[in-house]
Design a protein around this ligand. Structure first.
Ligand SMILES: [Zn+2]
Length: 63
């Protein structure tokens, strides 16, 4: 019988304890990392068109 002090899982990205708010991640940052992985996989098709008016530079946004 081994009772762990931390029954919670670990962040699937960095291995830190999960935050209930960002499950299964430890933070929004790691959630974003996972999201980006998804996108980079989903949008493997080279996009030649640029969407005008939606110039959103990643990493520059603040919540
Ligand atoms: Zn993490």
């Amino acid at each position: 019988m081994s009772t762990d002090e931390t029954p919670r899982g670990k962040c699937v990205i960095c291995g830190k304890p999960q935050d209930a708010k960002f499950k299964p991640f430890c933070s929004k940052r790691c959630a974003d990392v996972d999201l980006n992985r998804w996108f980079s996989g989903a949008y493997a098709i080279p996009a030649e068109e640029e969407s005008p008016g939606e110039l959103d530079s990643p990493g520059d946004r603040k919540d």
